[in-house]
Design a protein around this ligand. Sequence first.
Ligand code: BGC
Length: 760
Amino acid sequence: MPRADQVLEPTSDPAWVLEQVGYDALRDSSRQSRFTVSNGFLGVRGGRTVNRQLHGLGTPYMLVAGLFETIGTDQPIPGLVQVPSWLRAHLSTPAGVPALHSDDSHIHRRTLDLRRGVLLTEGRLSSPSGLVISVRVLRLVSMSDRSSGLQLIQFEIEAGAGEVTLQTGFDGLDFGLNVDRLDEDRGVWHTTRLSHRLAIADLATLTLDGATIEANSLGPFSRAWKWHARAGQILWFERMVAVACSSRDVDPIQAVETSLHKSRTLGSRNCVSRHEAAWTERWRCSDVRVEGDPGAQQALRFACYHLNGAADPGNEYVSIAARGLTGNDYHGHVFWDTEIFLLPFYSLTWPEAARVLLMYRFHTLDQARAKARRLGYRGALYAWESADTGAEATPEHAIAADRQVVDILCGTLEQHIGADVAYAVWQYWQATGDEAFLRDAGAEILLESGRFWSSRAILEGDGLCHIQQVIGPDEYHERVDDNAYTNVMARWTIRRAIETATLLRSRWPECWSVLAGRLVIDDSELAQWSTVADTIVTGLDVATGLYEQFGGFFGLDPIDLSQYAGPSVPIDVVLGRERTAASQIVKQADVVALLALLPDEFDASTAAVNFDYYEPRCSHGSSLSRTMHALAAARMGSSSVALSFFRESAEIDLGDTKVAVDGGIHMAALGGSWLTAIFGFAGLSLLPAGLGFEPQLPSGWESLSFSVQWRGRQLSISIRQSDGTLDATLDAGEPMLIVLCGKQHEISRAGETRTFSSRR
Ligand code: BGC
């Protein structure tokens, strides 16, 4: 068990910590996002909690996965509830409130210990009466018991003497839910929306030299302790909290009692140890190590930290929001970000988490069917923005960056989500070989998605199938026909649906007959799907190899984006929405996304022609864009181009130049960093017989090492730049094949490490 103050020491290796010194009110909100601790159920933003002005700028809050309340009356949509932070602690003396001295600001430090999954802060307060108190704080939400949170504070009286009061509590208890019960240390609320119940219980103690100081209750969750401070004293404050919600726990009231009882019995240091052990396991499965490029190393650790903190393998009824549990932008809604940018990380490093994320889509399949039906199609089309029930949650209007109220058409027209979910299901199946999932859930998603696209694409007079009136990933252009991304992904989805039918029929005929019977799929329908897939328009101009992003794109105004380089204002604000829509300026990777996601569908020269054409036309008006360019470039072997996109993408959440992350960190950009390293620079591909690698490390990366899982096996991979070798260790599981640059090698037993050369 660690010594009490040892837990307050951050990991000494700088590659494992993110540190910020001093306090900057303007950047604080962004930093709160970045320094969030989360465990897939609870996310607590990284705001200061000791002697912070109550309700001051950027009051920290907590998000609870699945706890949605209806927001807005004119367009009622679900939004994640901002639950007040339970971390407030306030010191005062009869002479006034000890304050942070500006001379001391360098001592104020916030350290996110990525390895241990804890946030550590330290600072020093001075009172008008001459008391100087140093404060060190640890906070965590537990990775071993997701209901539980812990705050430990050490107060050291460095100078002076006199009476001190410590008052603790929540940052307000009126947060818009209906109160069922509010006692000294227990609270129960419910939402109006789905009557979800939230229960919170806490327990707090203050000790001086091992002796407990009696607390006075000041009301629900609020307590005060008084003592006579003297130089040399060290006080230890512990607060344990348990949070449960009916979005996860059948009986939240019982769940908080069980969790709090467990924490109390274990004691705070054991709680820390168990939490750390759970993080150690996560890092064993998912750490990525880069030698030779500390910036890239930091970006990848930061990405893996937030990816590991965003998922909860114990809950099939929630998914990961665009900002995870780190902030409230997009109200906690789930987009294609999860399936396209995040799922690969989970499928290959944490299959249990990937599975529940896909089960969330399975549980919302009826809503997807209803949406397809409402729009006049067959099969299933997922919500563009999804929340608790899976019903479409995209707002119908919003205030654009130029302060104009605009209609949002994505909820109806941005339909590629119907292929993105299928893509993730198939990729999970390829990576894990999880037959039970495919039979019980995945196949139905694939078949219903394939059926949707087969009804959505309409045979026209030219003998080809067209998909009219959509929005592709490039949202600057609305109501377009034959968006290349949508159509090619639709074709891919239909083909995977047919492959699923064939597979089920041959391998599990009984399962197929039940499913085909229930969904009423027969051979003639499968034949119709096949015809659609074979005749769908893709936008490919065979003469040039270029894919037209949508019908008519090549005829739009070819505005030269480089003329507008510099301002950080989005280009649709600079030019106005109409002018942007009439131009070839693209919001984010669209055709380029196809190159990144379906590399096998494009030969090298087609990929290069399209990348070179679309890349200068892209304004990167979405945080998803640069990382997709990085992945596409890396897969095409342009490592230096890929590295520069990779760095720019990492800057979105780690850079301090723009203050754009108040509403949470960008999960898709982080997932994209992992994808660029593993699928891009290591060139990983999922082959039927094993894992393929085509490494292309960027210059400066001496080595790239990581762990992956493939169909029940665990592997450690290490690629060295200098001699072009790849070490593969089969840590656990059956023999398997590694295909390095097209050459097959077998690893025949667990524990074996083999070194292969990628030089031909
Ligand atoms: C992007 C979408 C993305 C959403 C959430 C939008 O700005 O255009 O592609 O899914 O943000 O990240």
